[in-house]
Design a binder for this molecule. Sequence first.
Ligand code: GAL
Length: 723
Amino acid sequence: MYKITLLVLFTGLLWPCEAQENNTFLSDFNDNPTWTESYNGVWKSVVNQPQEVNLLNTSGSSPREEDLAKIEGSKFPLEKTEIKAFSKNGKTYIRLPLEDGERIFGLGLNFKTVEQRGRIMRLHMDHYGGKDNGRTHAPTPFFVSTSGYGLLINSAKYIDVYMGTGVTKDSKSPATSRDRNTDKKWTAQPKSDNIEIIIPDDGVELILFAGKNIQETVQRFNLYCGGGFIPPKWGLGFWQRTPTLYGEKEVQEEVDSFVKNNFPIDVVGLEPGWHSKSYPCTFEWDKTRFPNPKPFVESMAKQGIHLNSWINPYVSPSSSIYEKIKPFTATHTVWTGIVPDFLVPEAHKIMTDQFEKNVVSLGISGLKIDEVDGFDRWLWPDYAQFPSGLDGETMRSIYGTLTQKWSADMYRKQNTRTYGLVRAGNVGSVSLPYVIYNDYYKHEDFITALINSSFAGVLWTPEVRSSGSSEDWIRRMQSVCFSPMAMINAWADGTKPWSYPEVYEYCQDVAFLRMQLLPYIYTAFSEYYFKGIPPFRAMAMEEGFTNIPEIIEQGDLNSTDNPYVAALKKEIKNQYMMGESMLVAPMFAGQKTRTVVLPKGKWYDFYTGELIGNGGIITASHGLDKIPLYVKDGAIIPMMKQIRNTSEWGNDTTLEVRVYGNQPNEFVLYDDDGKSYDYEEGSYTQKVLKTTVQKGKLKGSVSKITERETWSYGIINWNFMTK
Ligand code: GAL
């Protein structure tokens, strides 16, 4: 045996190989994809023969043509001959150029990094496991470059990305070869001048977006993928998810305790215990915990409370639909539950009927769709087969989107908006009203994920569960109140906002501040819908952070006085923008101070209206009572009174419009009925809040630009914060 092995090895070594001149990897890269402009600044290319199913065509979304047309056109942002592609042996290879100094953002919902140059990733749907290796809840195959473009790889396969790591021998701008023995500048990762992408398929559809800056590129990407959405108003209020085994009585007590403790609440989340069995689920009420579901839901509604129900879509053998749906499910099970194939009309209908009967018709406002991401050892394997003909890998990449779409459609059918939670999303779900969450619990990393969600076409909540200290608790509560969903997820521990009495007052302050800011936040979501601008977004989308020529204009790049040097050299992964003009800089347990990098221009303290800096880096030293918040010069921030429930945000709500700095400005305030999809048909109101200089002082005025359809506001009080 030993001898035979040696012989094989030996013969193998000597086997003569003829060099194949025309068959090398590098010469295959001579093909240039053909690009066709589909919309202003958006080009598409189909390389060879991709599989029919992709991330976008399974999602039911289509490009927002009219809104894309409103963004000024642009020329093709790259040298076409520099983009190469070819397919061979079931794989498709793409190569793009990478300039010195070019910066790359995106590649999914990462938790530790914002800049992606120099990384190797396999984009793979999964529960985030602590490393930015491509396995995450939204492994979106989209990146945006400071070279004025973004690329979407519309494939539902696991995609390998070498983001500036591969160094080829035919490089146009080769790395300097150095002697490691003597040269201190030797590096294990020499410069790469390319981006290489490998798709395990016979072809791929590519979409390339131009943009005069990062934000514009992202806008085009979002609008192309269906555009953002506007949540129902109640969805932006405060959420409390209750412990798993809570029943009607405990949920009512929970709501009463929020009233008694004077804390905002709009939504209560029911966790697995509402099902008669869960993991896998029956999607049928447990009669011991919920003897009268319909009257219970109605009584909650009378108190202004919307209910959200947890599910995973895996059907329990005890469910009444089990036998009926079985032929339309996957070869493999998840926790013994059968896995519906939502692409097969029969499975889609059986699930719809079950949910319309037991959930939607009762008045439950939406779902929390759990466990549709991973882990490998729980989910179906990649070789599983689905009745629609899809393999496990493709289905895993789109399952989150399919379940979002299936559930959102039940609400759309009755012209009611929903807002829910999900653990998996992708480019197909940009327009679907869901927020991603997970079980990972690092506060700092939650903020980095919030930043990255703005490049990934998804929303993210840094949900709050428990805490090791009251300091950690209040810092987390402050962050979550400045996110798409302000939520405590107490499913395991029953934590309440007042569980840490020392800081309860500060919890109340920040929760009420969120409620006051809802007119501003709601308007930010309207910009997501109309223009594709993420309501919570990375600093890289602000001018002055990525635009290198402008940064150089600020002064010498080598000077320590130039604040943007830091922004360029270090990733900004702990501060972000909310809406048009507010910068949020969360603080974390253990911090007494933190630095904040201000984009160029004057910035003001949100709480006091004081000038805080003109570009540059500042130090925030807010005590536990406040989260650092800054606003741009000229910012106009519409706010309302402190409310506990969004049902109080109704007719003739008095507005307090805060104005910061001295720049005249305009803010287009958005409003609609807050609950139906009529806004998509033009049923909404926008009014311009405008400041002008009169006799050396700023004055405010309001003018309407659309007919009054719905308008919640009455008297407007202007508050000029900067004295
Ligand atoms: C987890 C989920 C939690 C909670 C729990 C209930 O998978 O991430 O938020 O819902 O299930 O069992």
